[in-house]
Design a protein around this ligand. Sequence first.
Ligand SMILES: NC(=O)c1ccc[n+]([C@@H]2O[C@H](COP(=O)([O-])OP(=O)(O)OC[C@H]3O[C@@H](n4cnc5c(N)ncnc54)[C@H](OP(=O)(O)O)[C@@H]3O)[C@@H](O)[C@H]2O)c1
Length: 329
Amino acid sequence: MTVSDLMRALLQDSYGEARDVLAFDDIPVPEPGEGEVRVRVHAAALNAADVYIMRGRPTIGRLAFGLPRPRQPIRGQDLAGVVDAVGPGVTRLSVGDRVAAEGDGALAEYACLKEALPVRVAASLPLAEAAAVPLAGVTALQAVRVGGVRSGHRVLVNGAAGGVGSFAVQLAAANGAEVTGVCGARNAETVLSLGAARVIDYAAEDFVGTGPYDVVVDLAGNRTLRELRTALAPDGTLVLSSGNGTPMMGPLWRNAAASLTSPLTGRRLRPLLARTSRDEVGYLFSRIARGDLRPLIGRTYPFEEAVEALAHVSEGHARGKVVVTLREE
Ligand SMILES: NC(=O)c1ccc[n+]([C@@H]2O[C@H](COP(=O)([O-])OP(=O)(O)OC[C@H]3O[C@@H](n4cnc5c(N)ncnc54)[C@H](OP(=O)(O)O)[C@@H]3O)[C@@H](O)[C@H]2O)c1
């Protein structure tokens, strides 16, 4: 197959807000290097992480994202599409494979990825749904595992309506837990439909006094460690998986304080830095195929409106996953 020399991509060359720093441009289609495949991108799903990198916040993150601008200029980290070229040494994937992956540069017509990253997508799973799974789905899976969520547990998910939360509620409920989801009123029905036993509207009620909970999964990052601890049962587990925190350091101090004080409290305070693995994405796909998990896609945008999609996620009130469609299947 031949492709034209140029592709459309959403690029940024300075840190800031979506409408100020993102712009489309035509750039060379990348060639897959040794051990890489090139994916013709059909769908990209957005994450809170895209917003952190776009804004360069927390500022300490710029040491990793790039100084004085993002090292990887193309935003987007979750994608699904079809392999259209393979580099030397690639053995696991072939041209024509439908795949999804957490991989940089998703908001472009083509992306080159290490062969180890993409997971095959069954014909029954639309690529837009597959794109929604890797980063958020695996984070939720690891949060539920780190929390040791099991049958009979009372579990609270703070931030239940978002990308990670919508997976976490389903996974915890599927483990037999009684799940309470904290979300805005407009998302209450949605969170109940995912398997939560009850919801708490954060604008109307403070969840801190509603426990005790065996496991609290904090995705909102808007409460102090002390408040979150108060909501826990004496032998409960707190999973800290929010990237929110101070503009300079993000959640760093809170996570450090959790690790240091955990042995003194009798409770387990566990910061989570999720790492997406191919096996776990494949496991989530198998659960979706079995019908006991579904990606919740709150909004879909065409590629031309990707800036608006990122502006929407930046507001911090996305329902489930936000997906950008680059091509119809
Ligand atoms: N540890 C890791 O490795 C890892 C990996 C992925 C993500 N994360 C973190 O997980 C968090 C969630 O990510 P995401 O992708 O799910 O974000 P998202 O899709 O943008 O979701 C944001 C959600 O937060 C909810 N929210 C806003 N204010 C709230 C409040 N005061 N109380 C409770 N919920 C509130 C919103 O619900 P309403 O619309 O109802 O307000 C919205 O659904 C982020 O902080 C991200 O950094 C961590």
